[in-house]
Design a protein around this ligand. Structure first.
Ligand code: CAA
Length: 414
């Protein structure tokens, strides 16, 4: 059973430093609130239905990807929240959770429903609101994506520390330099500056800014061994936002009388033991998931023309190049140095700004990645549109420290 993308939509991703985000320095501080998790979910549904030109009655099933609604927004039970959308009551909806891969797993759940024939037209929403608490409290919530009992004590910022550990290993064991990581950050912000929905749309960060530590880019970890390997600008954003997709199988496409334009041609999701220490030099779970996805799609990594990768930290992007086999292990740095993954390069990666600068509302990210590839294939990306339209694209979404990996391959149909 073939699977097609019928519609793709993202809300704005916002948070600290976004002009519309209300925080201490904003003129509306204390008078107005930022949008809630509920509002983001409902906005994403409205947006994707409009984008797909679908009537609400045509949605047969739905999945919501979300990591920690209970903690950040005091709200769980998000399947029923989705059913609040006018016309969506009493549908088979559920929430899917897999840390920062929650969105990717929601896409996988939708695909499985479509393949089994239990539904023909499925709605997928990914959403997270994280700015309700300060970054340090948020880091404690996010640490639940690691093995909390054994890893929480690593550093007040557990995840940044886990990836500072990877950064140290990569810098010591491969020719990768701090300059290469600064190039990753510079590319992310440059791309986001072209993307009106990006959290960091108006924030400029040069290679020099990313490289230098200072008041706006401090080393903020306390761990004595890893502290000097990660600065604020190496980190993805604490963002609010939601993304949504409408997926259909062949029967669904007939029901909707649509001509297929974008097909999901390969996918895989894998989990590795949460407590087990990962090889800091490799994203192995992602590597094996990508291998399965390439095999299913019947394409080689060389055929990919656009990628959305989980750049939760600057080093993650380089490790993703290797896990997706764009480069040999230890050689991801070459691609960023050569400009191959820049917007105008041979293989643009994260053309909308990635997690570093488009933002990372964690439950939304995996849905957004697939949405972005589809939008690139449909020529809908405005100033960050790739030309010519890509034929094959890949999305790689990661939960925890490479403990869950979701990889999807999409194809544009001629
Ligand atoms: N000098 C020294 N220390 C400083 C400093 C300075 N000039 N400025 C800030 N700090 C330190 C302080 O400790 C500060 O905390 P307190 O003020 O509470 O003591 C801390 O840095 C954070 O500073 P801010 O609150 O000003 O930081 P911010 O709000 O701008 O956030 C960030 C910056 C901490 C990097 C934040 O963006 C962040 O946490 N990003 C990463 C988010 C994350 O980890 N996401 C998950 C990725 S992992 C993944 O994707 C997989 C999964 O499943 C989870």
């Amino acid at each position: 059973m073939s699977i097609y993308v019928v519609g793709a939509y993202s809300t704005e991703f916002i948070g600290k430093f976004h002009p519309r985000f209300i925080w201490k320095g904003h003129p509306d501080y204390g008078k107005r609130e930022n949008p809630t998790l509920e509002e983001y979910i409902l906005e994403a549904v409205e947006g994707v239905l409009r984008e797909a030109q679908l009537e609400v009655e045509q949605v047969e099933r739905g999945y919501v990807g979300n990591f920690a609604g209970e903690l950040f927004a005091s709200q769980g039970h998000l399947g029923a929240l989705l059913a609040q959308y006018p016309g969506l009551a009493r549908r088979p909806f559920m929430r899917v959770e897999g840390a920062c891969a929650s969105g990717g797993l929601a896409v996988m759940a939708a695909i499985e429903a479509l393949r089994s024939g239990s539904a023909n037209v499925v709605l997928v929403v990914g959403a997270e609101v994280q700015t309700t608490v300060n970054a340090k409290q948020g880091a404690d919530y996010l640490a639940r994506a690691a093995h909390y009992a054994t890893q929480r004590s690593l550093d007040p910022f557990t995840f940044p520390c886990l990836f500072a550990r990877r950064t140290k290993a990569v810098l010591e064991e491969t020719p990768t330099t701090f300059e290469d990581l600064a190039l990753v950050v510079e590319k992310a912000y440059r791309n986001a500056n072209l993307n009106p929905k990006a959290h960091m749309h108006t924030v400029k960060v040069s290679r020099e800014d990313a490289l230098a530590s200072g008041e706006s880019n401090p080393f903020f970890l306390t761990h004595p061994e890893y502290k000097s390997y990660l600065k604020v600008k190496d980190c993805s954003q604490v963002s609010d936002g939601a993304s949504a997709l409408i997926l259909a199988n062949e029967r669904g496409m007939e029901q909707l009388r649509r001509t297929p334009q974008v097909q999901m041609v390969g996918w895989a999701y894998l989990s590795s033991p949460l407590k087990e220490a990962s090889d800091p030099l490799r994203l192995e779970t992602t590597y094996f998931a990508a291998k399965e996805a390439y095999q299913m799609a019947g394409i080689s990594p060389k055929e990919v023309q656009v990628a959305e990768v989980h750049d939760c930290f600057s080093v993650s992007e380089l490790l993703m190049y290797e896990a997706l086999q764009f480069a040999d292990f230890g050689e991801g740095y070459r691609l960023i140095r050569e400009g191959k993954t820049a917007l105008g390069g041979a293989l643009p990666v994260n053309p909308g700004g990635g997690l570093l600068a488009f933002g990372h509302p964690v439950g939304a990210t995996g849905v957004k990645q697939v949405a972005e590839i589809a939008r690139q294939m449909l020529g809908k990306c405005g100033k960050y549109q790739i030309s010519p339209l890509p034929k094959y694209g890949i999305a790689a979404n990661m939960g925890g420290d490479d403990r869950t990996a979701v990889v999807s391959i999409l194809a544009r149909l001629e």
